[in-house]
Design a protein around this ligand. Structure first.
Ligand code: UGA
Length: 449
């Protein structure tokens, strides 16, 4: 099928690339001309595993193209995926002005009927508003639009794998023809007839995606309800960690045993510095806001957010307890990205840690496998090192802020010899307290003695 993708951020680019890899003809557009120029030159503006290879193969096969002319992109596709940003306003409410802008463009530029699919994360009822807007903005043309919601469940870092191996594909529609069209778009994924970039061509047997057809309102709600529930799970684990510290238990023993109950599940129960990124913090806020706007008090989510914000304070309690005076101390910050396997630093807990350390007068030497370029622009006073051992040299403390595997594998014997003081404050529970103490480190983490 011929598809258009509006917005070449994480979601749009991964969606466009994967749909092209699955055999569709895709035209992508973005208002950022530099980004389009980079893509046209064969560059990849974000770090995402396997994205470069599928973009290159789709380009070679002539199935993906990029244009900064939104009208050309809109006219090229029978279905249009809207993948623009919906950032939070001051109040926590989602800012939908980019969606409104795109609706105007589609109405003005389309010359034939289109299925308009919202993939951006939006509050419930946005689809209905989008439908109304398209009708209003196209009142002088005969072009008909149908609207659908198709929320994404892609995790940064594993987005390509998630796209090809989804647990569920949710499509919210107003009429059966839209559902049929979306089923056709996703047929290669549902039938697993694509060449899998993650598994060298062929996926292992077993995994099957559920194709769920719902109303548009339900589809929108499914997205916010899922992300908020995962955030809630993390905050729950973090409170359990605080409790473990007070009463002398081990949070990993507790959450591991909890997770073995299939009704609970073991994922997203890792205690530490809390959740960050551009999805959970904003989606929790937007969901609280949406609920309040219809008179439902989503108190549990307010607590989820409160607990998450307190994680930084808990981390600083540990830092102050260990370092006593922070001013003038040299600290190695291991990890800047909001989680491992991404260069994304938006709402990263590590940045809040860096900001506070600078306010308190610490001397910071930071390292991150992917996120240093982005961080440098925000914190020019920090000294950055490609080599984590250089960041650790002469440090009074090492602070672990992101769960990169390369940090998990660090040679702490070597690091200990370089550091001024053998002190590790681990915000992601990467190491065992016993192992670190056996190597002669003072070691602090979350929810473990
Ligand atoms: C999240 C969801 O997992 C995706 O399903 C969703 O599509 C996406 O948001 C989105 O709405 O676009 P993502 O933001 O990439 O994906 O990151 P996650 O892997 O979910 O991690 C979020 C944060 O939670 C990270 O800061 C991570 O370090 C933290 N986390 C995660 C924990 O603190 N503990 C855990 O047990 C798991």
């Amino acid at each position: 099928m011929r598809l258009s993708v509006i917005g070449c951020g994480y979601v749009g680019l991964v969606t466009g690339a994967c749909l092209a890899e699955a055999g569709h003809e895709v035209v992508c557009t973005d208002i950022d001309e530099e980004r389009i120029a980079k893509l046209n030159a064969g560059g990849v503006p974000i770090y995402e595993s396997h994205l470069d290879e599928i973009l290159a193969s789709a380009r070679k096969a002539g199935r993906i193209s990029y244009t900064s002319n939104a009208g050309d992109a809109i006219r090229a596709g029978d279905a249009i995926f809207i993948c623009v940003g919906t950032p939070p306003k001051e109040s926590g409410e989602a800012d939908l002005s980019a969606i409104d802008h795109v609706a105007r463009q589609i109405a003005a530029e389309a010359r034939s009927p289109k299925l308009v699919i919202e993939k951006s994360t939006v509050p419930a009822r946005t689809g209905l508003e989008l439908s109304r807007a398209l009708t209003a903005y196209s009142k002088n043309s005969n072009v008909k639009f149908r609207v659908a919601s198709n929320p994404e469940f892609l995790r940064e870092g594993t987005a390509v794998g998630d796209f090809f191996h989804p647990d569920r594909i949710v499509v919210g529609v107003e009429d059966p023809s839209a559902a049929a069209e979306l089923r056709e778009i996703y047929r290669p994924i549902i039938e697993r007839s694509f060449r899998c970039p993650v598994h060298n061509g062929t996926c292992p047997p077993g995994h099957k995606a559920e194709f769920l057809v719902t109303t548009i309102n339900s589809a929108e709600l499914i997205k916010h309800a899922s992300n908020s529930f995962l955030a809630l799970k993390i905050s729950y684990a973090n409170v359990i960690a605080d409790l473990c510290e007070k009463i002398g238990a081990n949070v990993e023993e507790v959450t591991h045993a909890m997770g073995l109950d299939a009704r609970i599940g073991g994922q997203f129960l890792k205690a530490g510095l809390g959740y960050g990124g551009f999805c959970f913090p904003k989606d929790v806020q937007a969901f609280i806001h949406l609920s309040a706007s219809v008179g439902v008090d989503f108190d549990i989510l307010k607590a989820t957010e409160r607990v998450n914000k307190q994680r930084i304070e808990r981390f600083f309690d540990k830092i102050r307890q260990a370092l006593w005076v922070v001013k003038g101390k040299r600290v190695a910050v291991l990890g800047l990205a909001f989680k491992a396997n991404t260069d994304d630093i938006r709402f990263a807990p590590a940045l809040e840690v860096v900001k506070r350390l600078l306010e308190e007068g610490a001397v910071i030497h930071a390292t991150d496998p992917e996120a240093m370029t982005r961080t440098k622009a925000l914190f020019p006073k920090v000294q950055y090192h490609e080599d984590p051992y250089e960041a650790l040299r002469d440090a009074d403390a090492a602070l672990v802020c992101t769960e990169w595997d390369s940090f998990r594998k660090l040679d702490w014997d070597r690091a200990g010899k370089l550091m001024a003081r053998k002190l590790v404050i681990d915000g992601r529970n990467l190491y065992t307290p016993q192992g670190m103490r056996e190597m002669g480190f003072e070691y602090y983490s979350f929810g473990r003695e």
